[in-house]
Design a protein around this ligand. Sequence first.
Ligand code: NCD
Ligand code: ZN
Ligand code: ZN
Ligand code: ZN
Length: 437
Amino acid sequence: MTVDLVLSNGILIVNDRETVQSVAIDRGKIQGFYKHGKEPDSRKTLDCRGLYILPGLIDMHVHLRDLNQSDKEDYESGTMAAAAGGITTVVDMPNSDPPVLSREVLDKKIKSAVSKRFVNVGFYAGIPKDIKSFEVSMVPDILGLKVYPHSPLTKGTIYDKKRIQACLGLARKHNLPLLLHPDSSNRNDIAKNQEEFFHIHSCESELRSLQMFLDAKIEYEARLHVCHVSCAATARLILEHRAEHTLTAEVTPHHMLLSGGDFPHSDGRAKMLPPLRSPYDTKMLAQALCQKCAIDCVASDHAPHTTLEKNAPFLEASSGIPGLETLLPLMLTEVFEGRLSWIDFLRCCCSGPAAILGIPNKGILTEGYDADIILVRRQERYISGAEFFSKAKITPFEGRHVLARLITTIVGGEIVYHDGSFIIGPGIVGRVPVRKS
Ligand code: NCD
Ligand code: ZN
Ligand code: ZN
Ligand code: ZN
């Protein structure tokens, strides 16, 4: 037989060990694994000597904006950033303008993403103020429901016990995870100085918010996913509730690798929600991920804003940083420097998010699965925001030393990106919307 593509002689991770093998791809799927020299005939072969062959990353927390915020990012620049960052599937948050609270807006986002995509794109929806008006027709095309208790998508919604229970009930009814941005501050809490900003969005606030949802969850069992855990105490609380395996959690590379004290905060370069915490928190988050397994996945929380919005003085600057093009090199540097095992890397960046969201046939390199694959070289380099494909180029990781370079991105068996350029145009590869099984 002749297969479409062979990735020959690359480094594959099997049982936490590096082995040299070839991967055959046919009709968009992984056809099989072969010893070098035993590969089937192929229409195309990529010599992968010295390159790692890894599953494309699944980033379950991104904001690709588009529609009325295309100055910040759109599906084209956002999915180009994903492809160039080794991320073959992204899941887009609903706090867009307009927000995803109806089938109509979801359709607009799907339509735009279909024509501009370079990778697979999935979606979340928000929950309308009047929960009874939730449009059930959205359910097949979304992967979860998202809540922002500190900054609700609908004006004047208060996340008291009753509202939280109703949201959990809705998620359970439709067998979707409820994704939580844990923050119990009030929309009207306006910081007058930097210290107040950090105080309003404190670890106590994060912890209190999660506790409220956990309390409600006892009576109203549903799957709860905690977004961007940033504090040691929050990770501990999650660990204590681990027996209830309907609780999952994510951490961002920035909350794991950077502390607030490392930055002067004169502008918005390192401003995001939740804010950067103490070195102690970063240490405990890394531990929660590697040793305690309290954290199921790593997500970028790619939250692009314009240069103007980020260069403003700290208090006026927008919260959020780009992350699609730093996630892979940062996490692989943790692997190459011995702080993260290959198993934990693959679990947190690939198979973990697929399992949380119920995405079938992705996140693992195995026969019959989708050929969403990346080729990576171990190479010393420095992060440079100017090189990003994202419209957002200001990153707190500017100048950071990393040990990995993405060489090739393959989506559904097609080479999308290779050596700094895009091989095929937008709207050709990738599934939109990504659906659960
Ligand atoms: C996000 C954004 O800009 O949409 N900002 C951020 O600082 N993380 C919102 C969010 O994820 O809470
Ligand atoms: Zn958030
Ligand atoms: Zn509990
Ligand atoms: Zn976010």
